[in-house]
Design a protein around this ligand. Structure first.
Ligand code: KQY
Length: 365
């Protein structure tokens, strides 16, 4: 039976592993929301299927799907991808899936954080989000994983990144935003992160990328390659709107020491031209009151850093941009033992995220 534990992972000797540690599998959600995804979500579905198939060559993938599309998805995804019916409001598994923690004996437990669609009624991306909030518990029960109930604390998986050895990187723009946990101070938030993810060192960047609709998720800015080594979004163009935030982030990372006292080795990955929603694309996105404005001309934060590290591979976004190849080569250098698979993800970018945002790893028990 999957139990709810009334303690904290830190007290129980559990820590959040780095994404680069071994996985038991990956969870994803089939995109369907027509005010996020253009043309009834068909082009996005094709790209999500490519991502799922690419990951499934390396580790088991489970695709969650709302009931109305179950038969279709079971038909179009190969049999080795598990398809389960599970209701959601959209398809961002990074943010609505559970965070798994692990102990030295290799046992795993899950954290059921609160979720308010990236800001609730104060700048959130859609209303309601009542199906999304049950996803963590449903997945933990399906996997028979015991759960810590922290639904009173709003946290999205894309807003944190850890090295598995006590270091966490996040942004003040997101975690200290008054639309997440307004009654908590920075110190209180640090205490919760420390107790639940078992981290001793929190590196605070001030901002995430410009035009990031999540209030500055860190998974657009930086990821851990392994303890002590990070890859980060970068631009050399001082006139680029992303220059200041990325340069500021670089300065903080350059000065930082991790939980083990190491200086970080930082690898810059140049961003592509930012995706802008075209007239044709905007025309076929449903406009709905209370959902995020996706009209023509809107720019979306675009980076290769929102990639996904799975067993034996890294799944990396491409945009049909001259920088695509350079990014793949750079990420290959960072992960010499993993295969780099690049997939054109403009359709995911149009929804406001990328490959990292639509995946959630289940660390190996
Ligand atoms: O983890 C992420 N950065 C999620 C992006 C969610 C975007 C919602 N439209």
């Amino acid at each position: 039976m999957a139990n709810t534990i009334h303690s904290t992972p830190k007290l129980d000797g559990y820590r959040m592993p780095g994404e680069f540690e071994e996985h038991a599998g990956t969870w994803m959600i089939w995109p369907m929301r027509t005010d996020t995804w253009r043309l009834g979500a068909k082009p996005a579905q094709e790209v999500f299927a490519k991502v799922a198939k690419a990951i499934a060559d390396f580790e088991p993938v489970t695709m969650c799907v709302n009931s109305s599309q179950y038969e279709h998805v079971r038909e179009v995804l190969p049999a080795h991808i598990r398809v389960v019916e599970l209701s959601t409001d959209d398809a961002w598994m990074r943010d609505i899936g559970p965070t798994i923690v692990k102990n030295d004996q290799g046992c795993v437990r899950g954290i059921d954080w609160g979720f308010n669609a990236w800001g609730g009624l104060d700048g959130g991306l859609y209303f309601p989000w009542d199906m999304d909030i049950h996803v963590k518990q449903k997945i933990l029960e399906m996997e028979w994983i015991d759960r810590y109930d922290l639904r009173g604390f709003i946290l999205e998986g894309g807003s944190i990144t850890v090295d598995g050895e006590g270091t966490l990187i996040t942004t003040e723009q997101c975690l200290l935003n008054k639309n997440r946990n307004p009654s908590l101070s920075k110190q209180e938030i640090e205490t919760i992160l420390s107790n639940y993810l078992n981290v001793e060192k929190i590196i605070w960047l001030e901002h995430g990328m410009v035009n990031d609709e999540t209030d500055g998720h860190v998974d657009e800015v930086v990821f851990f390659v392994k303890p002590g080594v990070v890859g980060m979004s970068w631009t050399d163009d001082e006139n680029d709107p992303q220059y200041k935030v990325l340069n500021d982030a670089y300065k903080v990372l350059k000065e930082a020491h991790d939980a083990r006292g190491r200086k970080l080795e930082i690898h810059k990955i140049h961003i592509p031209k930012q995706v802008t929603i075209s007239e044709e694309e905007a025309y076929v996105i449903d406009r709905i009151r209370n959902s995020y404005d996706r009209s023509a001309g809107k720019q979306l934060a675009t980076t290769y850093v929102n990639c996904y590290i799975c067993n034996g591979a890294v799944i990396v976004p491409a945009f049909g941009d001259p920088r695509d190849e350079e990014a793949a080569a750079k990420i290959q250098e960072l992960f010499p033992d993993r295969k780099i698979i690049q997939i054109n993800t403009r359709e995911i970018a149009l929804g406001g995220g990328n490959i990292h945002c639509i995946t959630q790893q289940l660390p190996k028990a």
